[in-house]
Design a protein around this ligand. Structure first.
Ligand SMILES: [Fe+2]
Length: 318
């Protein structure tokens, strides 16, 4: 069993690095902490204890916007070899990160693999923390990078990867889509059916509902397309706002996500929600996000929208 501790970072490619930097700092409210070798590093943790801040949680790299790597750290730094062996035994080839790659990621060591859909996963040990606290360019009320929506080409198969080979647990399902927890937070990743792999949305938690509504008006004023919300998720109880980012990526602010405490683990049972708008938002907001709007990849209209996303990515590359 690969015992993951938490989601650590996301690295994504972009054909327009300067635009991505502008967006992350001026719109999202992340802090640009480093630029090197065509990569821009962003910090987002407002940690209550000095030194608990992750060195960085998001990296935009000059390159292909379809290239996404998600970093997770291990509970026990000494179990990296065992994790590699477990993955290999289960049929998932593993590659050890080079010294240069470890330095780029500010980690002691890491291994890279792919889930069944082809999503790139990096499992890291001893990632850097920062002695300098997060100081954003815009006060969006962000407290931390919290979760990602991940595309799946085969939800049950990917769910088995995350829950049988890794230690993720299903908190709830919406249709075929599992919302998976690693620690106590209701979900650190959620798998949404799609026709291609990659990150589907990027979540940052904000302090309270006032931050959600302040950002709603701010983003509208800035001409940023709101794609879902403000609303409240039926599953995690979080109040949310989704909006469009560079290269068609969806960003999310949310607050008030449910936690499942260690003492509640044994008694917890995941709930099955139907794949309907009400399962995504109990207030009645309707998502303008293809993966939240239609059922499985077999649905024709959904395929069309996913295809349109790919076309948007292709044009972003040009
Ligand atoms: Fe989310």
């Amino acid at each position: 069993m690969v015992n993951l501790h938490d989601i650590r970072y996301l690295r994504i490619g972009t054909g327009h690095l300067e635009d991505a930097i502008e967006y992350c700092t001026r719109i999202v409210g992340l802090q640009l902490v480093a630029r090197e070798g065509g990569a821009a590093y962003f910090r987002s943790d407002k940690a209550p204890v000095r030194g608990d801040t992750r060195d960085h949680t998001l990296v935009y790299c000059a390159g292909d916007p379809r290239e996404h790597s998600i970093g997770f750290d291990l509970k026990d730094h000494e179990s990296l070899d065992a994790a590699a062996a477990d993955l290999e035994r289960a049929g998932y080839p593993v590659r050890a990160g080079t010294r240069a790659e470890c330095e780029q990621r500010r980690v002691r060591d890491f291994i890279a693999t792919e889930d069944p859909s082809g999503n790139r996963i990096e499992i890291v040990v001893r990632p850097h923390h920062s002695g300098v606290r997060y100081f954003p360019a815009r006060d969006a009320g962000i407290t931390h990078f919290s979760h990602i929506g991940l595309r799946t080409r085969d939800a049950p198969k990917d769910e088995a990867f995350w829950t049988r080979i890794c230690n993720a647990r299903v908190s709830d399902w919406i249709g075929e889509a599992p919302l998976l927890r690693i620690g106590t937070v209701h979900h650190s990743l959620a798998l949404f059916p799609s026709t291609f792999p990659g990150v589907q949305h990027i979540n940052h938690q904000v302090e309270d509902i006032d931050d959600i509504m302040r950002s709603y008006y701010f983003l509208r004023e800035q001409g940023v397309r709101i794609v879902f919300g403000p609303g409240r998720h039926a599953t995690s109880s979080a109040v949310f706002l989704y909006f469009e980012g560079p290269d068609g990526m969806v960003y999310e602010y949310s607050t008030g996500v449910k936690h499942i405490a260690p003492e509640a683990e044994a008694a917890y049972r995941p709930r099955q929600f139907p794949f309907t708008p009400e399962s995504f938002c109990i207030w009645g907001s309707k998502p303008d996000i293809p993966e939240f709007r239609a059922h499985a990849a077999a649905d024709g209209s959904r395929q069309d929208r996913a295809g349109a996303n790919e076309v948007a990515l292709e044009s972003a590359l040009r």
